[in-house]
Design a binder for this molecule. Structure first.
Ligand SMILES: Cc1ncc(COP(=O)(O)O)c(C=O)c1O
Length: 458
């Protein structure tokens, strides 16, 4: 006998911790099935998903090729302790390392773990091991996860508030968020004022980051997201990262590129940082590496930082770190990326989607303050009628209405799955599946249009 949703909700309230979720709806929603770009509820209503599990399922739900790779591995070698080797691990590491050679011209090695935050932790150990420093820079608006170490370099105090003192908390630097410039400037007239302000920190020892006599910084690395994910899919001007990198090189500070959300082509190229022509020292990845199936994450680092002489066996380890199911999936994802020209597809589809969002903005220009995108990482800021003041409540209402699954169209009744992010929680971070079709884009924007009309009437 199946248990009713009402009963399940009662049990959830009683037995499930909420600490491991991000419940935004009351009551939270159940889904039964997923396929392609849709989630389905019990009644069979399709919910067009514009967020694809925070970009972890970029290649579509129940992707057939990846499903087959998983089944094959289940038949062949579903379990193996990480002290032994299996071919998929080695081949996946090779492909990722070669992608870094191709895109950045750098040689290095790959190291696995199971979740994004754990990989961030591993990268922190790597930075400490190489530099002897436990302090790092990170961006305001940045998100790197919720383990203790990752919380220390994530900008939100909300994630640290109840958990004591974080002696290794990052020094947070304003991100180049031009629509809401932290310095009140306008690009390009600003002359890159923000990065120059960062540069100023190194002018004198009294700014607290550098011993100018020996040119040694108290900070070992700068953690970046080339495009901020949870921060609201904020895209920096193209000159920003090349300028930042020069400052870091001058003071021997490592650049750690968190590609957990933007990696695997979300913004176009395999690694989003490559869009900005800057070389990283360390790259952290996760999410779409296995398309949200058996989880796997990892780091790549330059050979000098990670070779076994300096970072020997056991430097970090998880029982599940290079698990066979995850590495088989990761290998298949990398093959797909190489064989299916995903970059071209993402760029073309991203353009088509962005132009539809811009048209939608024209229609509702007072309350859609900004629309932007790179590849299929798209953003839409909901604002008050001045086109600027963030309207978090409107974004929340649209999100909740989309979840009702009652939007009527000529193609049937749909729901719409959205995710709200951004510094003021007024931004829809839009990450459609890479195989989204033109007619699905039309449908998605039509659904958004209906939801906006519904919510501004309220
Ligand atoms: C940029 C970035 N870094 C790190 C993380 C943490 O990854 P996980 O949730 O797998 O621990 C996330 C997750 O959203 C992310 O977007």
């Amino acid at each position: 006998m199946t248990v009713s949703e009402k009963e399940l909700l009662k049990k959830e309230k009683k037995y499930c911790s909420w600490g491991d979720t991000v419940h935004y709806l009351e009551p939270p929603k159940f889904f039964e099935r997923c396929e392609g770009i849709y989630l389905y509820d019990k009644k069979g209503t399709p919910y067009l998903d514009l967020q694809m599990w925070y970009s972890a399922a970029s290649f579509g739900y129940k992707n057939e090729r990846l499903g087959n790779a998983l089944k094959e591995q289940l038949e062949k070698l579903p379990q193996l302790a990480c002290q032994y080797l299996h071919s998929e691990k080695v081949e996946l590491a090779e492909r990722i390392a070669k992608s870094m050679e191709k895109l950045f011209g750098l040689k290095g090695r790959v190291h696995f773990n199971v979740g994004g935050s754990q990989a961030v932790e591993d990268s922190l150990k790597l930075v400490r091991n190489h530099t002897g420093k436990s302090l790092v820079f990170a961006f305001m608006g940045g998100y790197h996860g919720r383990t203790l170490g990752a919380s220390a370099i994530t900008s939100s105090y909300r994630y640290r508030r109840r958990f004591g003192h974080f002696s290794d908390k990052a020094h947070f630097v304003p991100y180049p968020y031009c629509f809401r410039c932290p310095y009140g400037k306008k690009y390009p007239d600003c002359g890159m004022y923000c990065v120059k302000q960062f540069e100023k920190l190194f002018e004198t020892e009294y700014n607290g980051v550098l011993d100018t006599k020996v040119n040694e910084s108290e900070y070992g690395a700068f953690y970046i997201e080339a495009i901020q994910g949870t921060g609201g899919y904020v895209i920096p001007p193209k000159e920003y990262f090349p300028y930042l990198k020069k400052i870091l090189e001058r003071h021997h500070i490592l650049l750690v590129d968190d590609e957990i959300q933007m990696g695997f082509h979300r913004a176009g190229k395999l690694w989003a940082l490559a869009e900005f022509h800057v070389k990283p020292d360390v790259v952290v990845f996760g999410k779409a590496l296995t398309n949200g199936l058996n989880p796997l994450s990892g780091i790549w680092a330059r050979e000098e930082l990670i070779n076994p002489k300096v970072f020997p066996a056991g430097s970090t380890h998880s029982t599940f770190s290079s698990n066979t199911l995850g590495t088989a999936l990761g290998l298949e994802v990398m093959k797909m990326c190489e064989e299916e020209n995903v970059e071209k597809k993402v760029k073309e589809k991203g353009k088509a989607f962005l132009s539809r969002l811009k048209a939608l903005q024209k229609k509702h220009k007072k309350i859609i303050g900004d629309v932007d995108g790179m590849g299929l990482a798209l953003r839409m800021e909901m604002t008050k009628s001045d086109g600027y003041t963030p309207d978090r409540h409107l974004a929340d209402r649209i999100f909740a209405e989309g979840m009702k699954g009652n939007i009527r169209t000529s193609k049937g009744t749909f729901g719409l799955v959205l995710d709200v992010g951004g510094y003021y929680k007024n931004v829809f971070t839009i990450a459609p599946a890479f195989d989204v079709t033109e007619s699905e884009m039309d449908l998605a924007v039509g659904l958004l249009d209906q939801l906006i009309k519904r919510c501004i009437r309220k």
